[in-house]
Design a protein around this ligand. Structure first.
Ligand code: GLN
Ligand code: MG
Ligand code: MG
Length: 443
């Protein structure tokens, strides 16, 4: 999709588009937008739309609050779920300062800087294929989400088409109208849990796609009287929702991770990329797994990773190498969950892998056994460490990982850590129903 400014202005007029949403993402991964009417489209494509950055969490202070939105013209799309007349379109924007420089606190800018680092090392493309899982829940009489699913299906099940499934179908069709190439869509392990996989893309585009995907899923669920959530572990005792992240690096149109002469078909760069990820996953966790609730997913028994290990196939491992080789050779990181800010998550994944390549790191031996079934002594003998067990631990590890802090930049890192510490403190001081049930009688 290569639109010029003139194309966009013309389409808005000809297609009876009434509103255009100028979108961007705050550092905590929340999609924000300013709606303008069609009469303002010329101003918007000429980068003249301003907003108050001090009202956005973690952006700027009140005394320096004016910021500009520079639309990325390639992201112009019409929302298919809005009415045929008085249509609504969107443009994803970069955030700029009044002096015409990019705003360092814009997550899109963080990812662009990481991509530039890869280019400086000779890698022209970083491709990302995310697999975001989610739950569809019923709503109550007031429209509030419940945790009821009214769905008996499990992984890949083909039941009688239930409400959840027909909603998923609608989501896929809407996404295709927005130029997504849907590769697969299926029921996941848990009741009410779904996955829709779309084609990988260059990282910035892939992160934009995740933001669009979440909006489409939530909007269409609501239209069908359901509530969609990307919360990582909504229900105790059943699988949580992950966002497996498939990654590959290209140089001159060739997949750098592929080497036909290696026993596993992987290049030295691929091994080093894996080693870099393993080194930084603990320090990245506060980004890839940003919520208190994220750490309730990272427990044994639900196909979510808990230990720092890699494997060519084993699904209990944190890093897996899917079977395809050649141009499709890729590294799958299984820790991220869909509540993360995809721009920041892909940025830290990339620079972690690049760090491995730059330093020529070599990963430890591949683990082929089921790690969940190992006792702590066996894990220790294999040198397998654990992922952080809580948001608090993850924040501490992030503060100690120079590479992660540098990738985010001081502005984002400071604001992010401050926000997450507050979130942890809010949680830490609450008394939960589990505690009352456990203690109120016995003590
Ligand atoms: N839901 C699992 C997770 O939390 C993944 C299951 C799967 O895709 N095989 O990561
Ligand atoms: Mg899945
Ligand atoms: Mg997967």
């Amino acid at each position: 999709h290569l639109h010029t400014k003139e194309d966009i202005i013309r389409i808005v007029r000809e297609e009876d588009i009434e509103f255009i949403r100028l979108q961007f993402t705050d550092i905590f991964g929340q999609l924000k937008n300013v709606a303008i009417t069609a009469s303002q489209i010329e101003k918007a494509v000429n980068n003249q739309c301003m907003f108050d950055g001090s009202s956005i969490d973690g952006f700027v202070r009140i005394d320096e609050s004016d910021q500009y939105l520079y639309p990325d013209l390639r992201t112009f799309r019409v929302f298919p779920w809005r009415p045929g007349h008085g249509k609504v379109a969107r443009l994803i924007c970069d955030v700029y300062n009044t002096d015409g420089t990019p705003f360092v606190g814009d997550p899109r800018d963080v990812l662009k800087r990481a991509i530039q680092k890869a280019r400086d090392m000779g890698f022209d493309t970083f491709n990302v294929g995310p697999e975001a899982e989610f739950f569809l829940f019923q709503t109550d009489d007031e429209g509030k989400p419940t945790t009821k699913t009214n769905d008996e299906a499990g992984y890949f099940d083909l039941g009688p088409l239930d409400h959840g499934e027909s909603t998923r179908r609608e989501i896929c069709m809407a996404l295709e109208q927005m130029d997504f190439e849907i590769e697969a869509s299926h029921h996941e392990c848990a009741q009410g849990q779904h996955e829709i996989d779309f084609k990988y893309a260059e990282a910035l585009h892939a992160a934009d796609n995740i933001m669009t995907f979440k909006l489409a899923v939530k909007t269409l669920a609501q239209k069908n009287g359901l509530h969609a959530t990307f919360m990582p572990k909504p229900i105790f005792g059943v699988a949580g929702s992950g966002m497996h992240t498939n990654m590959s690096l290209f140089r001159d149109g060739k997949n750098v991770f592929y080497d036909p002469n290696d026993e596993r078909g992987l290049s030295r760069e691929a091994y080093s990329f894996i080693a870099g990820l393993l080194r930084h996953v603990p320090g990245m966790a506060a980004i890839t797994n940003p919520l208190v609730n994220s750490y309730k997913r990272l427990v044994p028994g639900y196909e979510a990773p808990c230990y720092l290990a890699w494997s060519a196939s084993n699904r209990s491992a944190l890093i897996r190498i899917p079977a395809s080789r050649g141009q499709a050779t890729r590294v799958e990181l299984r820790s991220p969950d869909p509540s993360c800010n995809p721009y920041l998550a892909f940025a830290v994944c990339l620079t972690a892998g690049l760090d491995g390549i730059e330093k020529g790191l070599v990963p430890p031996a591949e683990i082929t056994q089921n790690i969940y079934a190992m006792d702590p002594a066996t894990r220790e003998a294999h040198g397998i460490a654990s992922l952080p067990g809580s948001l608090e631990e993850a924040i501490r590890l992030m503060e100690g990982d120079r590479l992660v802090l540098d990738t985010l930049g001081e502005h984002v890192a400071n604001n992010y850590i401050e926000g997450k510490k507050k979130e942890w403190d809010e949680y830490r001081t609450r008394v939960s129903s589990w505690e009352r049930e456990k203690y109120i009688i016995n003590y």
